[in-house]
Write a protein that binds this ligand. Structure first.
Ligand SMILES: C[S@@+](CC[C@H](N)C(=O)[O-])C[C@H]1O[C@@H](n2cnc3c(N)ncnc32)[C@H](O)[C@@H]1O
Length: 270
């Protein structure tokens, strides 16, 4: 695997003789940062709640994170199982839940689903499918097939339009992220690798960049996937050709929601 620290971040730290300390985006301080970065984002919630309303059974929220989708589902009266690889992200989720909420939080790898229940809706939001390589996605699809109830729906999101285009271009820019009291400024850097198939992303708090300091760099490695690639993989894995619909977002970003069912269940994709 290539380095998780982008050249843009290395160059920025070199200017003051600082070095990078890699920190996974979804553990420890990374989990706090992610929650601040995307916690207020309402994208996909409306669409997922609409799917849950007609789902023939409970909801399985994969890569549930700090509960951006789980919490509204629970508040709308749905029984939810939230799966995430990061105990730190699920700790955020638990804190956000209402008292006596009907939620099972399970620390597990979504590539190795072996849950007892069957679910009327399996959801993988926030374009989290891009966290997995092809072999991982194949294992995920097989697991979702096992977990879906008869007539159940699998919904997953991916970037589309201009948002998708922006994922294929290297960038380094400053962004404001809500802090405990005020916004904090971070350097966001994206590096494209494997001939455009992979992007490495970094966030560095500017206030942490000091001469000769060891600076925490939040990192993630993501795969660049189109709705067409995912539709092909889903049908090859035994799902119906997915319905692809736009998600309304306040920020104007282009997100597409793919919804499908087992190819051999009545109705196919919806
Ligand atoms: C982009 S966040 C999405 C969180 C949430 N669903 C949302 O809408 O904000 C991705 C999440 O996937 C989790 N994750 C990464 N790899 C995973 C895996 N193999 N299995 C389960 N969860 C994983 C991370 O810990 C993180 O919480």
């Amino acid at each position: 695997m290539t380095s998780l620290i982008t050249e843009a971040v290395v160059a920025r730290l070199d200017l003051v003789g600082a070095t990078a300390r890699h920190q996974d985006l979804y553990t420890g301080a990374g989990a706090d940062f992610y929650d601040r970065l995307v916690g207020p984002d309402r994208a996909e919630i409306r669409e997922v709640l609409a799917l849950a309303r007609t789902a023939p059974g409970p909801v399985l929220d994969l890569a549930a994170g700090s509960g951006r989708l789980t919490v509204p589902l629970v508040r709308s009266g749905h029984r939810v199982t939230a799966v995430d690889l990061s105990a730190d992200m699920l700790a955020h989720l638990r804190r956000a839940l209402p008292d006596r909420a009907a939620v099972d939080c399970i620390v597990a790898d979504m590539r190795d689903l072996a849950l007892e229940g069957r679910y009327g809706l399996v959801v993988l939001g926030a374009t989290s499918i891009t966290l997995l390589d092809q072999a991982g996605r194949s294992r995920l699809y097989a697991g979702v097939r096992r977990q879906l109830a008869a007539g159940g729906v699998f919904a997953l999101s991916v970037a589309g339009g201009a948002s998708a285009d922006s994922l294929t271009v290297a960038t380094a820019r400053e962004i404001a992220v809500p802090g405990a009291t005020d916004d904090e400024t971070y350097l966001f850097a994206q590096q494209i690798e494997d001939e455009g198939a992979v992007r490495v992303v970094n966030w560095v708090r500017l206030a942490d960049i000091a001469p000769r300091a060891e600076v925490p760099v939040l990192t993630s490695r993501l795969h660049v996937l189109s709705p067409e690639i995912l539709a092909g993989e889903l049908t090859a894995a035994g799902f119906a050709a997915p319905r692809i619909s736009p998600v309304r977002t306040a920020a104007g970003t282009d997100i597409l929601l793919l919804t499908t069912s087992l190819a051999d269940s009545a109705g196919g994709g919806r």
